[in-house]
Design a protein around this ligand. Structure first.
Ligand code: NAP
Length: 302
């Protein structure tokens, strides 16, 4: 039994197009409609046959949907929700895939009074964006965190969870503010660090650009993959999850200062102990199937 029969995807970039591919692969009888604010993206979606229908307006896209998933940048959620409000069926469930949950939940409740809303965040992605970047297996074996809003029907949470399981994901339930703190440390802070390192390296006067690129295999290139992530998406993530990110950044700065001190005073034992602990973290991630040991970090670049 399928959780939904008519699904509409608003925003046909990396995540929206991956959901479309994954629905086709795992729930082929679902009637799939798509919409994107960008006419070029809509044309590409038609050419790729991502959906059964591509609608020119958000209203036309949602009119008979029983699940609507907003796959737009976090800062565009309010506008995307407002654009479909008048045409949404009262039976429809609205979900989203935004990387921050507390503010998105608030914005969606405000924009769609009376609607059934179940926010979610598939913790899966690549540094690419746009409708051609999507692929059907993006969510396979990855976590999707569903963050129910108090007062919304439990059956809606169950149906959205079931939907993500059918796309190959494993589902966890979390309070939105807890989600934002967990993701601040596991995703948002690492991106901020990568953006900083790549920025610093490209601003150094005494090392040339060509040397930075030539010797990047020493570690730098793994940061450049993360720092190549979509600028719009990440600008919005930091503005939306401001408090949790600033908190984690404060902790990080303190830890960085203590490492600085250990290096200055030649405290090799301190460095060795930390590096031993961090190595064990890497081992656990591989053991839990959240990455593999291949040198390119096992990421799919389809
Ligand atoms: P993306 O590839 O840039 O796609 C977003 C698409 O939404 C673009 O085509 C964009 O058009 C369109 N759009 C923007 N505003 C819109 C509106 N009001 N109505 C309809 N379409 C609109 O981004 P993505 O990587 O798929 O990310 C989408 C969401 O998923 C974000 O909220 C992000 O936080 C979340 N997420 C991303 C990842 C990841 O790794 N990328 C992972 C998990 C969750 P324009 O480009 O013309 O603005």
């Amino acid at each position: 039994m399928l959780p939904f029969a008519r699904v509409t995807i608003i925003g046909l970039g990396l995540i929206g197009s991956s959901i479309a591919h994954a629905i086709r692969a795992n729930m082929p009888t679902v009637r799939l409609t798509g919409h994107d604010a960008d006419p070029d993206v809509r044309d590409t979606a038609i050419r790729l046959q991502l959906c059964d229908d591509i609608a020119d307006t958000a209203g036309a896209a949602v009119i008979d949907a029983d699940l609507v998933i907003l796959c737009v940048p976090v800062g565009a959620m309010a506008a995307a929700a407002a654009a479909l409000r008048d045409d949404l069926s009262p039976e429809a469930i609205v979900s989203d895939v935004g990387s921050c949950k507390e503010e998105v939940a608030r914005v969606l409740v405000e924009a769609l009074p009376g609607a059934t809303i179940v926010p979610a965040h598939p913790v899966a992605g690549t540094e690419r964006s746009g409708p051609e970047a999507g692929f059907a297996t993006l969510f396979q074996g990855r976590w999707c965190i569903v963050t129910p809003i108090e007062g919304m029907p439990e059956t809606a949470t169950e149906r959205v969870s079931d939907f993500w399981r059918k796309l190959g994901a494993e589902v966890d339930l979390m309070a939105p503010d807890h989600h934002d703190r967990v993701l601040a440390v596991t995703s948002h802070l690492p991106h901020l660090i990568a953006y900083t390192i790549v920025g610093t390296a490209s601003d150094l006067e005494e090392v040339t650009q060509s040397e930075v690129i030539k010797y990047s295999a020493g570690g730098f290139r793994d940061f450049t993959r993360i720092a190549a992530s979509d600028p719009t998406m990440w600008r919005d993530v930091f503005l939306s999850n401001r408090e949790a990110v600033l908190d984690m950044l404060q902790r990080f700065s303190e830890d960085l200062s203590s490492l600085q001190r250990a290096i200055r005073w030649g405290k090799g034992d301190e460095l060795f102990d930390l590096f031993t602990r961090t190595r064990a973290v890497r081992r656990s991630i591989i053991e839990q199937g959240q990455d593999d040991a291949a040198p390119d970090f096992g990421r799919s670049h389809e």
